[in-house]
Design a protein around this ligand. Structure first.
Ligand code: F6R
Length: 645
């Protein structure tokens, strides 16, 4: 039904690509538009693969132009997604002699108003992440000016368009995609004819940026952005998306109808656009989520489980009640043909799912276990249920808190604890002059602090210690104590800012040293890739690197269990193990989460979800067990899910 497109980008090894035909000839129950990839889409494993592919293509464009003695005009984006591309371009410049002397750049957008030296400015972002490290001529760099007085904005945006035209138009445009489907800051309602202009930011976009700005109230309400028409004027476009949180909007942009409410859908009308997505962002595409609706498929065990679970949930029938008619109606007859009868498929999948359930008696006993927790609360939020059972099973457990989580503590909590220390000092004489001087300094700094300012070391320490104490209190609920906690304080996190440093050898060494010291049989690792600030992903990167070093040195490798939970949960189809919890056990887990008082009521980095962490956890854990119930398996109160890597 879909035809692969020729001319895949250079070096696209191991890449899954397709562009759907525009015609739908599936049976009527197939959702309209299924399989219609209206933008050429390249699916790769992770963001590093995207960075390599896209940077290689940019290098090709730059070199082709160089060879012809011409300038290459690049349209550039900011945000978290293109960072890897810029890193790779810097590497190509340093190690492979790629020169940017013939390159002219135009950035998509800038907040308004915005001073260029602000930590939030896209000027600063571009210089820090790319321009300062390559040989581009500063006079060739164009970024919308966030400092203009309002009355000069219109003339300046028209001049921006004129400058793009004078440069000969954009040869290669790099784009990210926002959750609203914006490209640049073309929010819902931006027309196909829109040009560079001042726009209002959508509420969803401002919420998304809230963490970076230390609060939604500090996010600018407006921005300067190239228009949809400006973007579509580029000769080649690469749009990038990574992470589970982008999966829904990727599907909408790639498979949905063109609609003014989703600016990225206009790219369907562009003749040379490629959408680069990692596995996580591709997950909702029809060819990944329900490929049997599109074409003949190779029925692997994983695909069979996914398809039968989907069929059961779609028809609202338990797995063991699915009939030949259900399979035929949903283009799954070939699966029945392979197994002989519907009953045989049903039974196989039912048993495979049932075998995933691991109560206390089927969980490890008397082993050495390390639970890696990116922040001091992910342990109880994401694996509180299993932790409790593992303690009861007499395992030797260490909880390793990888970062201090100190940027996520509110200043008012610091003031409260300083007040507490002073009161105690006055009554019990436990601090004296040095405590009073310390308290004065902290109070003064907090008073003078502006949103986004980095805390002084004393305040950073108070916030760290506060979270350490909460972490110990949390695991005490599980039956552990402070002797079971290790605080790794990994250097990559210690910027005092939301944006972290890349994982470096010092981070990897800390993890490796711990693993070599403790020699665990099993480790639990956060496997969610789309936390709002990227810390979970970076922590996993450090653990993976440490394990690779241990493997290379012939050391002992533990079994790795990946958990999720803070932002989303593993689906039952992907989970290797499902760990049931009784009502009492879920209560204990929630009690442990409550111990993280600094994150209660309203956390500084809640993501898009308005609910408190314990509420999300309760809902997700109950949803997992409810799914098993709907599939016709046993009905548990709640469940956590784990993937064994
Ligand atoms: C940035 C821009 C935006 C971002 C989009 C995705 O210059 O124009 O459209 O590309 O908001 O942002 P990230 O990559 O941070 O998810």
């Amino acid at each position: 039904m879909h035809t692969p497109v020729s001319g895949a980008p250079a070096g696209a090894g191991g890449v899954a690509e397709a562009r759907g035909s525009q015609s739908s000839r599936g049976p009527s129950h197939v959702p309209a538009g299924a399989g219609l990839e209206r933008i050429r889409t390249v699916v790769v494993h992770d963001h590093d693969d995207i960075a390599r592919l896209v940077a290689a293509r940019i290098a090709e464009v730059v070199r082709e132009k160089q060879a012809r003695g011409e300038r290459a005009v690049l349209g550039l984006a900011t945000g978290s997604t293109p960072i890897g591309v810029y890193r790779e371009l810097i590497r190509l410049h340093r190690e492979e002699g790629l020169s940017f002397r013939n390159v002219v750049t135009f950035n998509l957008d800038e907040y308004y108003p915005m001073a260029p030296d602000s930590i939030h400015s896209y000027h600063r972002y571009m210089w820090e992440n790319l321009f300062a490290h390559i040989d581009v001529a500063p006079e060739h760099v164009h970024i919308p000016d966030g400092t203009l007085p309002r009355e000069r904005v219109e003339a300046a945006t028209a001049a921006y368009e004129a400058a793009i035209a004078a440069a000969g138009g954009i040869d290669f445009q790099l784009l990210g995609i926002g959750k609203t489907g914006h490209i640049g800051f073309n929010e819902p309602g931006s027309g196909v004819d829109s040009r560079t202009r001042l726009v209002h930011l959508d509420a969803v976009t401002r919420k998304d940026a809230a963490a970076d700005f230390f609060g939604e109230e500090n996010v600018p309400r407006e921005a300067l952005t190239m228009g949809v028409a400006t973007i579509l004027g580029a000769r080649e476009i690469a749009i990038l998306a990574t992470g589970e949180h982008k999966a829904g909007i990727v599907r909408r942009a790639v498979e949905g109808e063109v609609n003014i409410e989703v600016a990225a859908t206009f790219l369907q009308r562009h003749p040379n656009t490629t959408f680069y997505v990692d596995d996580a962002a591709a997950a909702d595409l029809t060819r990944i989520a329900t490929p049997w609706l599109l074409d003949e498929v190779e029925w692997t065990q994983d695909l069979m489980i996914r398809a039968v679970v989907w069929l059961s949930l779609t028809t609202g029938k338990g797995i063991l009640k699915l009939t030949q008619f259900d399979y035929a109606e949903h283009r799954m007859s070939s699966l029945v043909a392979r197994w002989g009868t519907p009953g045989a498929v049903n039974g196989e999948v039912f048993n495979l799912l049932g075998a995933k359930i691991r109560g206390k008696s089927k969980l490890p006993r008397e082993l050495k276990i390390v639970c890696f927790s990116p922040h001091p609360d992910d342990d109880v939020i994401s694996m509180g249920g299993i932790l409790y059972k593992l303690v009861q099973n007499a395992n030797d457990i260490t909880v390793a808190y990888m970062t201090s989580g100190n940027i996520a503590v509110f200043d008012h909590d610091v003031r409260r604890f300083v007040d507490f220390m002073e009161r105690l000092d006055r009554e019990r004489h436990v601090g004296g002059d040095s405590l009073r001087a310390f308290a004065d300094r902290v109070r003064t700094c907090l008073h003078e602090k502006k949103p986004g300012d980095v805390d002084i070391p004393e305040v950073q320490d108070i916030k760290r210690v506060l979270r350490e104490a909460e972490a110990v209190s949390g695991i005490e609920v599980m039956g552990l104590g402070k002797e079971n906690a290790r605080f790794l304080n990994m250097p990559f996190y210690q910027t005092g800012k939301v944006r972290k440093d890349p994982i470096g050898p010092a981070d990897v060494k800390i993890v490796r040293d711990l693993l070599e010291e403790l020699q665990p049989d099993m480790i639990l690792v956060a496997g969610d890739l789309s936390d709002p600030h990227g810390t979970h992903r970076m922590c996993k990167e450090a653990i993976d690197a440490a394990l690779a070093e241990i493997r290379a040195a012939g050391g002992k490798l533990p079994e790795v269990w990946l958990y999720r939970g803070a932002w989303q949960e593993w689906p039952v189809t992907e989970a290797t193990y499902l760990v049931p919890m009784s009502q009492e056990e879920l209560k204990i887990k929630i009690q442990a989460i409550f111990k993280h008082q600094s994150q209660k009521d309203s956390a500084p980095f809640p993501g898009q979800d308005e609910r408190e962490f314990w509420q999300r956890v309760e809902q997700r854990n109950k949803e997992t067990s409810a799914t098993l119930d709907r599939l016709g398996l046993a009905e548990y109160f709640a469940m956590e899910a784990y993937v064994v890597a």
